[in-house]
Design a protein around this ligand. Structure first.
Ligand SMILES: Cc1cc2nc3c(=O)[nH]c(=O)nc-3n(C[C@H](O)[C@H](O)[C@H](O)COP(=O)(O)OP(=O)(O)OC[C@H]3O[C@@H](n4cnc5c(N)ncnc54)[C@H](O)[C@@H]3O)c2cc1C
Length: 473
């Protein structure tokens, strides 16, 4: 280990105390990866600050010793965002996990970054309040990670994504200055929108140390329904028809045949199998409005040719069906050693074409891809069941995903709707953004992190792949 790295680690121990600094082999190995398959690194040190002042000290020392730093929440991201690809220090924010305030007069919550998403849900729901962003990982993901990824979830269609709820941030900038932007004002348009700049910045522009989040009143009632389809197109047509009927459901999720079969084998919740697609629908709000919307959605699905439509008889049955959707990734993950969950998004009117393009790419390259996702907002998760130890299969997987991203762009979509770019998709960013937009992003990064120490190599990769134009079979 270089002498300067030893000096850095020693200085960290002095500043934060030895208990907050890990540098043994087992500890380092634990923080070398995240939920993204096939991406590994090895940090030189892992540090656990407990306050903004301690984060400041870490960042200042990193600048002095020129050590890369990788902020980390729970490591559940699916784009390699917390893999320490250039070594250096992983800054784990798990000790900064306090809900500092729930302000019922202003409908805000102010939290530290290590608060778990589900912990915030529980805390505010006890008071009749509601924090809508609900990524499938919410039991373990952190608010800091959600903000840095601009995470979405099953309620995105009606309620939007994490960024729609971030009102104020405290951020430790590269070099160690602390910046506070935004706050509790509903209207606050003084200057550039720096809150938004940091949302989705994936730890490359600063470390979020506190956030003020918008809350809503807790909807009084919720109802869930499922519809099954023999034809993919009928499911997609139902999604469009529901939106055309001016209904904005709280949840409108899609599961394909492979996903349904895997979930049923895993969770035994009584889901239909042997059908091509299932839509999982939910509405929330006043009971009368919910009942009316759910009945209309059920009727629309029948008109579009659904094989069967069932409305959950009780809130418990509704919860069971919603939980089944959350099992999708775990259920698929049991089937092969490696599960690669991707995140292509298209305008929702192009949903069926996108699913067909995914199926065609999987067939063409001889790989297994199941698809589920947030049909209501066009955000699909093609999920490849594979084995990262099989190099030739991994090449075919890569080629299939390349076609899938190209198809999403062709259909007017994007390479990620909620999981971020990170390490895994940095080479595709130039497919989505114009050279001018890439230039602005690079200029922002250079201005805020001139030494390039904050999560280096993430989002803005060096290489951009030439775009391959794909025609579906
Ligand atoms: C089973 C499963 C289901 C999922 N479902 C969804 C879903 O429905 N919707 C969705 O959007 N995502 C989903 N994800 C992806 C993932 O959970 C989200 O991206 C989540 O927001 C990551 O939170 P985290 O605390 O694990 O962050 P991490 O993975 O630790 O970090 C994510 C990124 O944020 C940065 N970061 C973390 N904390 C900070 C901070 N305080 N300041 C600055 N940067 C920081 C990291 O450097 C990294 O780039 C799912 C993942 C899994 C495994």
């Amino acid at each position: 280990m270089a002498a300067s790295m030893q000096g850095f680690i020693q200085a960290l121990r002095q500043a934060l105390g030895p208990g907050a600094v890990v540098s043994d082999a087992a500890g380092l190995a634990t923080y070398g990866y995240d939920a993204t398959p096939a991406h590994r690194g090895r940090p030189d040190v892992v540090v656990f600050p407990a306050s903004t002042a301690e984060v400041q000290q870490v960042v200042r020392l990193a600048a002095r010793y020129r050590v890369p730093i990788v902020p980390r929440g729970s490591g559940t991201n699916l784009s390699g965002g917390t893999v320490p690809a250039s070594g250096g220090a992983v800054v784990a924010l798990s000790r900064m996990n306090r809900i500092l305030e729930v302000d019922e007069a202003n409908l805000t919550a102010t939290v530290e970054p290590g608060v778990l998403t589900a912990q915030l849900h529980r805390e505010v729901e006890q008071r009749g309040l509601f924090y809508p962003p609900d990524p499938g990982s919410m039991a373990i993901s952190t608010i800091g990670g959600n903000i840095a990824e601009n995470a979405g979830g099953l309620r995105g269609l009606k309620y939007g994504v994490t960024g729609d709820y971030v009102m104020g941030l405290e951020v430790v900038l590269a070099g160690g200055d602390v910046m506070e932007v935004g706050g509790k004002n509903v209207k606050d348009v003084a200057g550039y929108d720096l809150v938004r700049l940091f949302v989705g910045s994936e730890g490359t522009l600063g470390i979020v140390t506190r956030a003020t989040l918008k809350l809503l009143p807790l909807p009084e009632f919720r109802r869930v329904a499922v519809a099954t389809f023999r034809e993919l197109e009928a499911a997609a047509a139902s999604v469009s028809a529901i939106i055309r009927a001016r209904i904005i459901p709280a949840t409108l999720e899609f599961l394909d045949r492979g996903t349904l079969e895997a979930v049923e084998a895993f969770a035994h919740v009584g889901l239909p199998t042997g059908v091509e697609a299932m839509l999982l629908m939910a509405q929330d709000g006043p009971r009368e409005a919910v009942d009316r919307d759910v009945e209309r959605m059920a009727a629309i699905c029948r008109e579009q040719g659904a094989l069967d439509v069932q409305v959950a008889a009780s809130p418990e049955e509704g919860d069971r069906l919603m939980a089944a959707r959350r099992y999708a990734l775990s259920a698929l993950a049991r089937q092969r050693p490696t599960t690669i969950l991707e995140d292509a998004t298209v305008p929702r009117s192009r949903l069926a074409e996108m699913v067909r393009a995914i199926q065609a790419a999987a067939r063409r390259h001889g790989v297994e891809i199941c698809t589920f996702g947030h049909a209501g907002d066009g955000n699909l998760h093609p999920t490849c069941l594979t084995d990262e130890k099989d190099a030739t299969e991994m090449e075919r997987v890569e080629a299939a995903f390349e076609e899938i991203f190209a198809a999403a762009i062709e259909l007017g979509g994007t390479i990620t709707g909620e999981h971020g770019v990170g390490l895994a998709k940095r080479e595709y960013l130039g497919w989505r953004l114009s050279p001018a937009a890439m230039g602005v992003m690079r200029a922002i990064k250079q201005a805020l992190d001139p030494q390039g120490l904050l999560n280096p190599g993430k989002v803005l990769g060096e290489r951009t792949r030439p775009r391959r134009v794909v025609r579906s079979a």
